[in-house]
Ligand binder design. Structure first.
Ligand SMILES: O=C(O)CCC(=O)C(=O)O
Length: 363
């Protein structure tokens, strides 16, 4: 028989007892609890699982061609995607397809465990503050999550959950190579050689998030994740074949009209990459972070595994001097990444508003 929840025991069930949203749905819940019902302006309209947003093909880039005769065209395609839509798929990316499959399996294995096993990784009791499991009523996302920040291989072997430590570590390492390659191209286009001394600024803080989006009794009322832009430089996303991610078009053009949402269907074996706020700041606005969000479905749960490349907490982020020189003025002021991150987390899901924190408004 389905359980009945009031707000307090809902919080206890989901968060304190570690059942997550997944546990809610497995309890037989047939109605979205009030706390998860989104305000009308945050809802993702859909009828019979067809979202209002259009379905558009994003740029699909064969990254292996960076080492081949198409090198210049691939560089151009990366730069164009980063300057316009801010999201693109890559294939022949160097991450074995088997690794991607194992990663999704590992996510399922972790979330399929009984609540008490997941609870071990909850904030405050987790063996490491860098590994945190949370089902949440806070932020009202219809999603469970395991967040893992990389510190060292030793810590990974000691503290990360057995179900996923090997595969997440491999994923983080191979995607770091890929991210570095892409950042090299993008930064070179700005007139700067990316060398080891800049590593801290571009990817000093790497984290992997395992997302589990359970089916929702009414996907019109819930969101998997509300509209936001990522705060770092680049994000690489592995996802299963369910779909549900949509992005907001920033300017009229081949991907739609400014302000429209487009659905991004997964491409088997491809990785989805997007630009984050820090790269928008470093590039003085040339490369653009993008608002995105995730809808739920009432038929299938979904897993996704983003690897976020962020500046280190103590890294100063500001437009690159070479770009400012060319542009004549800086559009953003310098700040510590940790201050930017704190501001963003305090704001919650506000689209791209976080950038206002550092935006220089003309007198
Ligand atoms: O699940 C997805 O497709 C996107 C995940 C995401 O936006 C996030 O974890 O910040």
């Amino acid at each position: 028989m389905a359980l009945h929840f009031d707000t307090i025991n809902l919080f206890d069930f989901v968060v304190k007892e570690g059942n997550g949203v997944k546990g809610l749905i497995e309890s037989g819940l047939s109605k979205v609890p009030d706390v998860y019902i989104q305000p009308v302006d945050q809802r993702i309209n859909k009828t019979n699982n067809i979202i209002d947003a259009q379905i558009v093909q994003l740029p699909l880039i064969d990254i292996s061609e960076l080492d081949g005769p198409q090198h210049d065209q691939v560089e151009k395609a990366l730069v164009k995607a980063a300057e316009t839509v801010g999201f693109f798929h890559v294939v022949n990316h160097g991450l074995p397809i088997q690794l991607l499959e194992e990663l999704k399996d590992a996510a399922h294995m972790f979330f399929n465990q009984p609540a008490e096993k997941k609870l071990v990784y909850q904030k405050g009791v987790s063996p490491s503050p860098l590994v945190v499991y949370g089902g949440t009523t806070v932020g009202h996302k219809w999603r469970d999550n395991l967040m893992i920040i990389y510190n060292s291989d030793d810590d990974a072997y000691k503290y990360w959950p057995d179900q996923c430590k090997e595969v997440v570590l491999k994923y983080m390492k191979t995607s770091t190579e890929l991210a570095r390659r892409i950042l090299e191209v993008l930064v070179k286009h700005l007139g700067v050689e990316l060398d080891d001394s800049m590593e801290e600024t571009y990817m000093g803080l790497r984290l992997v998030s395992l997302n589990y989006y359970p089916t929702s009794p009414d996907p019109e009322l819930t969101v998997g994740i509300g509209k936001h832009s990522d705060i770092g430089t680049l994000t690489i996303l592995v996802q299963d074949d369910i779909g549900g991610l949509s992005i907001k078009v920033q300017e009229d053009g081949e991907f739609g009209k400014e302000g429209e949402w487009i659905e991004v269907p997964p491409i088997p074996g491809a990785l989805l990459i997007n630009i984050g706020d820090a790269l928008q700041i470093l590039s003085n606005g040339k490369y653009r972070s993008v608002e995105h969000r995730v809808r739920n479905t009432n038929t299938q749960s979904r897993v996704s595994v983003p690897c976020f490349f962020n500046p280190g907490s103590m890294a100063k982020i500001a437009p690159l001097p070479k770009v400012v020189e060319k542009d004549g003025k800086a559009k953003y002021k310098e700040c510590l990444f940790q201050d930017y991150g704190s501001h963003a987390f305090a704001q919650g899901y506000q689209g791209k508003k976080n950038l206002d924190f550092v935006k220089i408004t003309s007198p």
